[in-house]
Design a binder for this molecule. Structure first.
Ligand code: GAR
Length: 183
């Protein structure tokens, strides 16, 4: 069984989907750069191993060194970013080359970065979605492992579209992660 470490910064709904639909992998660690992240509390309640540390005050280098140590100590083989809103350093990406995946709320290569739903609506797109990709040094630029399309409806706001895409994320991510760790 492959051991996965999940990194999150917020409510952690994708982490919950990865935990609840785990097949072919087990969640060995849930880690956050935000010690008060809602998702972290959920993981603690579930008695999952957790790690929380803010880079504030100690700097990115020391923060990532501690994170890397915690991941290794937990026996993590693959890292899944799930709403982790911080850029990993090139050094950390290189250390874990090809073993970090991320879910992004757009049909990559469209709309890398932030505000994906607002940009899709502003462009007049009729289809949006989400993608799971390998993390490289290029923001949202690594190989796409799988994606799911979602209709953009007349009158959609970034919030209504985000809610529809999130449902697709929760279906897509566990399936693609399972395929990835066992490929
Ligand atoms: C998700 O929509 C995820 O795709 C997005 O943040 C949300 C996190 O929600 N990720 C990014 O924008 C990454 N750049 P969650 O905390 O409930 O999983």
């Amino acid at each position: 069984m492959r051991r996965v470490g999940i990194l999150l910064s917020g409510r952690g709904s994708n982490m919950m989907a990865l935990v609840e639909q785990a097949r072919g992998y087990e969640v060995a660690l849930v880690a956050s750069d935000k010690p008060d992240a809602a998702g972290l509390a959920w993981a603690v309640e579930r008695e999952l191993s957790t790690f929380a540390l803010s880079p504030k005050g100690i700097g990115k280098l020391a923060y990532e060194a501690a994170l890397d140590r915690a991941l290794r100590e937990a026996g993590v083989e693959v890292i899944a970013l799930a709403g982790y809103m911080r850029l990993l350093s090139d050094a950390l990406v290189a250390t874990w080359r090809g073993r970090i995946v991320n879910i992004h709320p757009s049909l990559l290569p469209k709309y890398k970065g932030l505000d994906t739903h607002a940009r899709a609506i502003a462009a007049g797109d009729t289809v949006g979605g989400c993608s799971v990709h390998i993390v490289t040094e290029e923001l949202d630029g690594g190989e796409v492992l799988g994606s799911a399309k979602v209709p953009i409806l007349p009158g959609d706001t970034p919030d209504t579209l985000a809610a529809r895409v999130l449902i697709a994320e929760h279906r897509l991510y566990p399936r693609i992660l399972s395929e990835f760790v066992n490929r």
